[in-house]
Design a protein around this ligand. Structure first.
Ligand SMILES: *Cc1c(COP(=O)(O)O)cnc(C)c1O
Length: 388
């Protein structure tokens, strides 16, 4: 094996996908409740997606951002027309989108308030990516160890604790960066009250509010972007994961006022907004925004929640059920990794985050009968674990 040892990988390779199933090299099928970590929003084997990727590849795979490309402009228009933002920058990943958003906030801060306005407040248990700046933004010590010195200008508040933000925010704060629902951090949902409080603190101190919607966006939580149901408007929003339909694509969305801080030379990317990735992105966004699609997601979410709720009631060691849309988590007592492994054996892909939160991120196309199968399987697994 010539790969660096950065992942504990499953012993079999996945070689095909069909509907909401993955199929491994032995032909075993797995019902997928992870979607390649919140990426494969439309499931597998999508003709429309494959066709768009195929056709664009035949025309032109890459020309760089020194030239405009229609797919990039079309996708930007779709994003702008269906959100409260005016301008888009395309990157290749969530980390890069966040990195760019932090740069944009610092430039905006400097232009409007001077160089000292450069501190970013993030939250404990957050996750913002793997680059040096985004691991620093990530409010978890375990991500910082071994990689010091880290970039300066990051401080950490607590989710749903407005006082913790109040204690940190001041004239030097250029932005508050947060996930409206912390995905990697254990499916923790920001309350509307907290988000509204943070919004008004940002306004009071001239700081920008940045939502990292890399995981929560593109229909995952039952609206196109999560902020649209939370009654709070951020100044900058980052997207990635599901946006490219499995191809590397990230985006920074911002209002005109904020976006205008960037001028040529401030930021860039060789690959960002590549024609093929953007043609895939168009298919994803068009599907997610097609009539009835998000209503279905919300129906499935309610159905899924009621199944998980019944498990929570039945097993005393299941402590909490959290999440929105199809980003759901069950916090349990004890560790979850062995349950994930047993689920694989039974032909289900689930995930555990923070050691004890079973996380469910199925394709948005998951069917009720498939949810039934998962709940039935979990009930079996939980029963085996014992001690109701
Ligand atoms: C996955 C994730 C990222 C990082 O995205 P990459 O594409 O892996 O760089 C950033 N923020 C959040 C909230 C994420 O879930």
């Amino acid at each position: 094996m010539n790969l660096m040892n950065t992942y504990k990988r499953f012993k079999y390779q996945m070689v095909k996908g069909e509907g909401n199933y993955l199929i491994d090299e032995n032909g075993k099928k797995y019902l997928d409740f992870l979607s390649g970590i919140a990426v494969n929003a439309l499931g597998y084997g999508r003709e429309d997606l494959a066709q768009a990727i195929c056709e664009t590849s035949k025309e032109l795979i890459h020309s760089s951002n020194l030239f405009s490309n229609k797919n990039q402009e079309d996708l930007a228009k779709l994003l702008v027309d269906n959100t409260d933002f005016d301008k888009v920058f395309f990157a290749n990943s969530g980390a890069e989108a966040n990195e760019g958003a932090i740069k944009l906030a610092r430039k905006y801060g400097e232009l409007n308030y001077g160089e000292a306005k450069n501190v970013v407040i993030t939250l404990g248990d957050s996750f913002h990516g793997r680059t040096l700046a985004t691991i620093t933004a990530t409010g978890q010590d375990s991500f910082h160890e071994h990689f010091k010195p880290l970039p300066e200008g990051f401080v950490y508040g607590k989710i749903n604790d407005l006082e913790s933000i109040e204690a940190l925010i001041n004239e030097q704060t250029c932005a508050v960066l947060l996930e409206p629902i912390q995905g990697e951090g254990g499916v923790k949902v920001c309350t509307e009250e907290f988000l509204k409080g943070v919004r008004s603190l940002c306004d009071k101190y001239g700081a920008l509010l940045i939502f990292d919607e890399v995981q929560t966006g593109v229909g995952r939580t039952g609206s196109f972007f999560c902020y649209q149901k939370m009654g709070v408007l951020p100044d900058i929003l980052t997207s990635a994961k599901a946006l490219g339909g499995g191809l590397p694509l990230g985006a920074i969305l911002a209002t005109d006022k904020v976006a205008s801080a960037f001028v040529p030379g401030d930021h860039g990317s060789t690959f960002g907004g590549n024609p093929v990735a953007c043609s895939a992105g168009k298919v994803i966004v068009e599907n997610v925004l097609s009539p009835g699609f998000l209503e279905e997601v919300n129906k499935r979410s309610a159905y899924f929640l009621s199944g998980l709720f019944a498990l929570k009631e039945k097993y005393s060691w299941v402590k909490e059920l959290r999440g929105r849309g199809l980003l759901l988590g069950l916090e349990i007592e004890g560790e979850g990794a062995s349950l994930v492994e047993k689920a694989y054996e039974k032909g289900f892909i689930i995930n555990c985050t923070k050691g004890n939160v079973l996380r469910f991120l199925p394709p948005l196309t998951i069917k009720e009968e498939e949810i039934d199968q998962l709940i039935f399987m979990l009930d079996e697994l939980f029963e085996e674990r014992g001690e109701n």
